[in-house]
Design a protein around this ligand. Structure first.
Ligand SMILES: NC(=O)c1ccc[n+]([C@@H]2O[C@H](COP(=O)([O-])OP(=O)(O)OC[C@H]3O[C@@H](n4cnc5c(N)ncnc54)[C@H](OP(=O)(O)O)[C@@H]3O)[C@@H](O)[C@H]2O)c1
Length: 322
């Protein structure tokens, strides 16, 4: 699919990966329809996209609400006449041991991360099947392939959207809709405000699991998937190595990642329990005007190299022991 001239809906466009994707696709000539809950942040991204020369529309949307997602699709079609690409990117996170995760919060996370993607996929498919073409990109995560401790809710949601992609792809194939595609993108840790916004019941501040990439890296992968749709794309060489190691040595990786995450994912800094941005703006310093990076990069890079080396060493030891 050509990005130039395509009409692209992006959820979670007010921050992080969604914002980087909106800017990139706007620069490449797409008309962008931006969705998230915070109107002020969306308006900032709207201005960025228009400055890049793109046609753009902002539609404040909570993806957990089916009616809001239908309204998003309707507004996109009213304004631009079609929907060529739909990026289901909006998501929230909870860092907590499973037994300390409040059920209400778990349900809300699944409403946003799973039902939000399902509702977005349905709304997009309705138009794409009529048009006979389109690309849906669901932003999953490496944690949808390699679940880790203190992220049970998030990991299960990210596995669920990959499974949705597989089923719907098969149905599209059976229906002969060969020009309608559903793709999953699996980023590793990305330097976005996500880690400051997650709900947290573990008592210590969350940190990304190294290595850490910039949100623009994911945006470039999403653009590549739109141009040449494929079932799944893992972002970055470190992400691909982690997935390969997990597929080759699942038991070992479960133990290595579990032990590693317990150390690397939580900082020493103590914080009180918080619902983060699950239900709305967490009241953290606004990223509007201040960019959309988490400003976590340097520490992540150093630790990332260490993770990769540790993982490779563990795999080697196991091989020798066999
Ligand atoms: N950062 C990472 O390390 C990482 C790694 C792998 C995968 N991912 C995935 O990449 C995607 C983007 O993550 P990110 O790091 O960019 O996160 P982020 O910086 O926290 O941004 C999340 C975006 O989702 C929006 N959002 C949250 N709840 C929403 C709701 N109910 N309805 C509509 N929009 C909602 C937020 O905007 P509002 O608050 O304005 O609604 C924001 O624009 C997510 O699917 C995430 O799971 C991230």
């Amino acid at each position: 699919m050509r990005i130039d001239g395509a009409v692209v809906v992006i959820t979670g466009a007010s921050d992080g990966i969604g914002r980087a994707t909106a800017r990139l696709l706007a620069r490449k000539g797409a008309a962008v329809v931006l969705a998230a809950r915070r109107r002020d942040a969306l308006d900032e991204v709207l201005r960025e996209c228009r400055r890049a020369g793109a046609e753009a529309l902002a539609v404040p949307t909570d993806v957990a609400e089916a009616a809001a997602v239908e309204n998003l699709a309707r507004r996109a079609v009213e304004q631009f006449g079609r929907i060529d690409v739909w990026v289901n990117n909006a998501a929230v996170g909870i860092v907590a041991p499973f037994m300390d995760t409040p059920l209400e919060d778990l349900r809300r996370l699944l409403d946003v991360n799973v039902m939000g993607v399902a509702q977005g996929t349905r709304a997009a498919l309705e138009h794409m099947l009529r048009q006979g073409s389109g690309v849906i990109v669901n932003v999953s995560s490496i944690l949808g392939e390699i679940p880790v401790p203190y992220a049970s809710a998030y990991s299960m949601s990210k596995s669920a959207t990959r499974a949705l992609g597989v089923s719907v792809r098969a149905e599209l194939r059976l229906a002969g809709a060969s020009d309608v595609h559903v793709c999953s993108v699996l980023p590793p840790s990305i330097d976005t405000p996500y880690y400051r916004q997650v709900a947290n019941y573990v008592g210590r501040e969350a940190r990304p699991i190294p290595p850490l990439y910039a949100p623009e890296r994911v945006a470039r992968t999403i653009a590549a998937v739109v141009r040449r749709p494929r079932a799944e794309a893992v972002v970055g060489p470190a992400g691909r190595v982690m997935v390969m190691k997990h597929r080759a040595f699942p038991g070992l990786m479960e133990r290595v990642m579990g032990a590693y995450v317990a150390r690397a994912h939580l900082s020493r800094r103590k914080i009180p329990p918080t619902t983060g941005n699950l239900y709305g703006d967490p009241g953290l310093p606004a990223t509007v005007g201040g960019g959309y990076h988490g400003r976590l990069r340097t520490a992540g890079r150093r630790a990332g190299t260490a993770t990769l080396l540790a993982g490779a060493a563990a795999a080697l030891i196991r091989r020798r022991g066999q």
